[in-house]
Design a protein around this ligand. Sequence first.
Ligand code: PSU
Ligand code: MN
Length: 310
Amino acid sequence: MTTATTPHPMLAVAPEVREALADGRPVVALESTIISHGMPYPQNVGMAREVEQIVRDHGAVPATIAILDGRPTVGLSDDELEMFGADTAIRKVSVRDLPHVVATGVHGATTVASTMRIAALAGIRVFVTGGLGGVHQGAETSMDVSADLTELSRTEVAVISAGVKSILDIGRTLEVLETLGVPVVGYGTDEFPSFFSRSSGLPVPMRLDTPEEVAALMQASFGLGLGSGISIANPVPAEDEMPRADIDAVITRALADCAERGITGKDITPYLLGRLVELSDGRSLRTNLALVRNNAVVGTAIAVAYAGLA
Ligand code: PSU
Ligand code: MN
């Protein structure tokens, strides 16, 4: 719904973003862990700039979210994007880390979960990313389930992603999202996409085909006060996808390397993403870049349609 919003007073909001929100114009949130921990430098910074430009070209204001000197910040400058890409010491900040990073006044790169929360505090309802966190393989013993799923259950933001990659347990991730009451929408697809590939073998519980239909679903969900987010699963374009057999072989190898090195907790996802790029000779990075661009186009169209609802 087109309503003016005033951001939470503890946030630093870029003037351009603040004005757009006050006018009820479309704003698209973007995360910073994908920059600091999701891709190698300098492709990460190139991606961050390009995605912001795509959002502008399609009629919305981009708002990359991060923690700067302890301040949750909505809308980064070009120099700040560069810093988040180049500085390898920046902390990965999920929701549980937010109070510590804010209280100690340091920088932090926000995950899907913490970006969703800060976006909601700013009054932004649409967030574009690459891939969601989810239930890890072996979670039945490790209990490693991303806080991204918890946040989707309690924060009213629509998250556009290319699905969940099979470094995770896709079937169990979908089961948890169902339990948590999160609508999972296949955008132009009947099958839940697996990030690098358009297929996963698993159906989506619901399908929509246009930005206007997604905007109507957002209005219904938020209007009813269901209190949850929405996962919009947008498959990678066919010309950019990796064959399932190729990516599965690389993922199996990366998971074995991760176990052998004893990597655990929040370091698992960044390690696996980096290892996939190495093991695929950069192929996974090219696909990752392509799907993020595509998500930016679709997510911006959704933000424009949502802002247009009376
Ligand atoms: N998947 C990607 N790229 C990423 C991430 C996931 O393809 O950058 C990041 C996102 O920030 C996501 C986080 O929220 O990893 C999930 O980490 P964890 O599994 O530790 O919750
Ligand atoms: Mn985890």
